[in-house]
Each structure stands twice: as structure tokens, then as C-alpha cells.
Design a binder for this molecule. Structure first.
Ligand code: MF3
Ligand code: CO
Length: 249
């Protein structure tokens, strides 16, 4: 396993990739409304990404057919956009997007409400976002990877939520997925020591019910096994000498 340390020039490119991706998410979030199809979101997302001079990194990645992963309600991640899948008031929708800017990746996800949603759904979205911020409190040089993982799990479970085990965050840079893996749950080993210049995609995937997930017949869409709602929140971060820099916010 080798974890790359980014140079000043690489960090500059990843900052720009992250800045662009943050804008894409903001614009996608504003565009969401009942009656839209998940395919409409993908079309708009791809147009925005290309409009910024970037490449949508998910498109054709291991055969994934779209630019934006759109996962509705009990879908955890990797939902495939479909023109027949219409968003309705009360749904929650997780959007995951990745961009490549001058050869460097940024990866981020947000879960949004469609119109008015239940207080339970509202809480799940909020806590999932907070899980990310709890985790990155420990994303400091000298700490270990498992400090992040453990903090995310402890926070999520304090609300009775299930932390998805089958998918994890990851290093990121010249590639969408680099070492190390960044689990959202505690490991037996403390993991690598964090060093300035490491760039990580930290991405809690949190279920309202149990942690177990299943794969749909399309071989992509991951759903909660018990049918409960799931939320996702992800940013690309940079380890520094002090506080982590959140590149995609
Ligand atoms: N954010 C996800 C990840 O980090 C999405 C990539 S899956 C893709 O792994 F295949 F759609 F690209
Ligand atoms: Co990711």
C-alpha cells in the first residue's frame, strides 16, 4: 500500500477541482424539485461539470453509465439515473459527483430533501453531515486513520443509526480511488499515521435502521437491507499541519 503525498502544485489543482465540485453541488441542490427525473439531475450535472472545463470522473468508471450517482430514499449510493424515476415531495436524494481538473480528482456527496420531508428523514440527513465533521476533527497530522473512522461510527451509533460497512471512503488525487481506505467504522488497527499533503475522501453512509446493505439487479444500486432511509455526505479533504482543509466545500 502506498499513500501519496501531494506537492504544492498538485494541491493547487485539487483545490480548484474541489471548488468547482462545490459549485456543481450547490447548483444541483438548487435545481432539485418534485417532478424531476433522476436522469434530469444527471444531465444537468454533466453539463455543469463540462461547463467548468472538467471531466465527470464517474462516467464509464468500471462501466458506471452516468456522471452523477443519484440514490433515492432507501438507496444508499450508486443509484443509476433513469428518466422514469421521478422525484416526489417527501423523498430524500443523495447526489454523489466527481470531477477531474487538469488530471486531479475531487469527490463529494450531499443528501437533499425534496420539498417537505419527515422529521426522521431531516434528522438522518443532518446527523450524516455531522458525522463527517465529527470524523474530520481527528483528521490532523500525527493522528491515525482509525481516529477518524471511530469518531464517525461513535457519533452515528449514538443516534441508533447503522453505519454501512460494505463501502468506505478513500485516498484521492491523480486517481478517484487511492490508498488508504477510509472506513466509517472502527478498525482493530490504528491505521496509517496522517501526514500533511495526504488527500482523502471522507464519506459517511448512514442508515436510519440496520447497517446491512444489498445490491440491486443492476449490479450498482446499493440499498438498505431493511428498507429504511439512508444518507450520504462526502468531501475531499487535505491533511495539513493544523486543521484539515475541506477542498470540496
Ligand atoms: N463517491 C463514490 C466513490 O467514492 C462514487 C464512485 S462510483 C462510480 O466511490 F462508479 F460511480 F464512479
Ligand atoms: Co468517494
Amino acid at each position: 500500500m502506498s499513500v501519496s503525498i501531494k506537492s504544492a502544485r498538485e494541491i493547487e489543482l485539487m483545490r480548484e477541482a474541489g471548488r468547482i465540485l462545490a459549485n456543481v453541488h450547490e447548483e444541483l441542490g438548487k435545481a432539485l424539485k418534485p417532478g424531476m427525473s433522476t436522469m434530469d439531475i444527471d444531465r444537468l450535472g454533466e453539463k455543469l461539470i463540462r461547463g467548468y472545463g472538467c471531466i465527470p470522473s464517474f462516467k464509464n468508471y468500471n462501466g458506471y453509465p452516468a456522471s452523477i450517482c443519484v440514490s433515492v430514499n432507501d438507496e444508499v449510493v450508486h443509484g443509476i439515473p433513469n428518466k422514469h424515476r421521478i422525484l416526489h415531495e417527501g423523498d430524500i436524494v443523495s447526489l454523489d459527483a466527481g470531477v477531474i481538473y487538469h488530471g486531479y480528482h475531487s469527490d463529494a456527496a450531499r443528501t437533499h430533501a425534496i420539498g417537505k420531508i419527515s422529521p426522521e428523514a431531516e434528522k438522518l440527513i443532518q446527523v450524516t453531515r455531522e458525522c463527517f465533521f465529527e470524523g474530520i476533527k481527528y483528521a490532523k497530522a500525527g493522528n491515525h486513520l482509525n481516529d477518524i473512522s471511530s469518531a464517525i461510527q461513535a457519533y452515528a451509533e449514538s443516534f441508533g443509526y447503522g453505519v454501512v460497512r460494505d463501502l468506505v471512503g478513500h485516498g484521492i488525487g491523480e486517481h478517484l480511488h487511492e490508498d488508504p481506505e477510509v472506513p466509517n467504522f472502527a478498525q482493530k488497527k490504528k491505521g496509517i499515521k496522517l501526514v500533511p499533503g495526504m488527500t482523502l475522501a471522507v464519506e459517511p453512509m448512514i442508515n436510519a435502521g440496520r447497517a446491512d446493505v444489498a445490491w440491486m439487479d443492476d449490479d450498482w444500486t446499493v440499498v438498505t437491507d431493511d428498507g429504511t432511509l439512508s444518507a450520504h455526505y462526502e468531501n475531499t479533504i487535505l491533511i495539513t499541519e493544523g486543521e484539515p482543509e475541506i477542498l470540496s466545500l
